[in-house]
Ligand binder design. Structure first.
Ligand SMILES: [Zn+2]
Length: 424
């Protein structure tokens, strides 16, 4: 037997030591001590070999626009929304596509090989963001799976053309139905938007992913309607609520009713810890609420959770590096998920759990899966989070798309001259 590529000596996320043979764009063998010919044999001894990182929540139409036309001085959600309103009319389709492609280069270099991006469908300018990202989705399809969500960002009913443009975007090939019920004019409008958007998804056989209750308002309960519609329309396992930050502030008794209903309808949750921790609680003095939903409690109820990045260098967030390990690191801290099992779970929530939310085919490191993986300068998933470990090799769909040599810092102190890489 011969392989296109053979990786020797890697450590899988479950701690197993195994060689991995890749052939014809698929994983052809995962076992210890493979002795076979290969087009290229790569020594990955002692390094974590992981399935790719998956970002279940991103905004690629806004990314890398930091400073255009000005920066968000306060860093608040409301100034971010105002700034996006200023940027939308002045940015061109070409500009959006070029920035998105630059971002995808960053993502590829970080082993981030599947991204669900919302795209604004409430602009009144001929859906230029949708056209730009549909074109980018085609250009990167050989190395990144990009799933697009039709997102009426200014409100399905609140913005004049949003309903029409959202339907048009879905006709053009956008994959998922989005929404923003807490931004509609009234709670009643928000509820109605959830119902209508879920019905649209059911009729078209599409998944749903809504920005849902992204506020500190304990009375913002659109998640309840989203769960109800999922149940009513039989959309089990195909619906996600993004952010769900109001759940942080909700009455505990009410949450004890809500969590089992989410589990029953198999509605997934997508917290975005980097952005939630910076945007929420801005109206509080002290004590100041932390803007993350109840991840531990969700996991205890069997609710699927995937962590998203949301923003990189855009009107809402002035930082970001396309590193899902930053996301897991923040989630672990804010969510106080510090037991060994919980830290390990945080890694799943930026890889396999998010892949399941996206419904990705062929994801994983088993025989027959797509030949997509990332090799990290770490021994295991928790160490990868601790170090925000360097990526040494990225393979997508059978092709090596990024690689670097391991180059540890050399200490030059007298008597302590050695290489330091902070692995433990
Ligand atoms: Zn978002």
């Amino acid at each position: 037997m011969s392989f296109d590529i053979l990786l020797k000596g890697g450590v899988l996320p479950d701690g197993t030591h195994a060689d991995i043979g890749l052939s014809g764009g698929e994983i052809a063998a995962v076992e210890a001590g493979i002795a076979a010919e290969a087009g290229e044999t790569i020594d990955v001894s002692g390094h974590l070999v992981s399935p790719p990182f998956v970002d279940p929540h991103f905004h690629m139409d806004a990314t890398l626009s930091y400073g255009r036309p000005r920066i968000n001085a306060s860093g608040t959600l409301l100034e971010g929304i105002a700034l996006w309103g200023e940027l939308k009319p002045v940015q061109t389709e070409e500009e959006i596509a070029a920035r998105a492609l630059d971002y995808c280069d960053w993502a590829a270099s970080m082993g981030l090989l599947a991204i669900r991006s919302h795209v604004d469908t409430s602009d009144e300018d001929g859906l230029k963001g949708v056209r730009a990202l549909l074109s980018v989705r085609e250009q990167i399809r050989d190395y990144i799976d990009l799933q697009l969500v039709a997102f009426p960002q200014d409100g399905l009913y609140r913005a004049p053309n949003a309903r029409k443009c959202t339907l048009e975007a879905l006709d053009m090939g956008v994959d998922v139905v989005g929404g923003i019920p807490h931004f509609e004019r009234t709670m009643a409008d928000g509820r109605a938007s959830v119902t209508e958007l879920c019905e649209i998804a059911a009729a078209r056989g599409l998944r749903v992913d809504m920005h849902c209750d992204e506020s500190d308002d304990p009375q913002s309960r659109h998640i309840e309607q989203l769960v109800y519609e999922t149940q009513r329309l039989g959309l089990h396992g195909r619906v996600a609520g993004s952010h769900l930050t109001s759940m942080h502030s909700m009455d505990n008794y009410y949450v004890s009713k809500l969590l089992p209903l989410m589990a029953e309808a198999q509605v997934a949750a997508i917290p975005n810890p980097l952005i939630n921790i910076t945007l929420q609680g801005r109206h509080d003095s002290y004590p100041k609420r932390r803007g993350m939903t109840r991840v531990r409690e969700m996991l205890a109820h069997g609710i699927r959770v995937g962590f998203g990045q949301d923003c990189v260098l855009d009107p809402w967030y002035s930082l970001g590096t396309a590193d899902l390990l930053d996301v897991a690191f923040m989630a672990l801290h804010v969510g106080q998920m510090t037991s060994p099992a919980e830290m390990r779970r945080c890694y799943d929530m930026v890889t396999s759990e998010s892949a399941a939310i996206l419904g990705l085919d062929g994801y994983g490191l088993h025989k027959g899966a797509a030949a997509s993986l990332v090799v990290l300068d770490a021994s295991d998933p928790v160490e990868a989070i601790r170090l925000r470990a360097d990526r040494l090799l990225v393979i997508s769909k059978g092709q090596v798309i990024a690689r670097r040599a391991k180059t540890p810092m050399q200490l030059t102190l007298p008597g302590r001259q050695k290489a330091i890489d902070r692995r433990f």
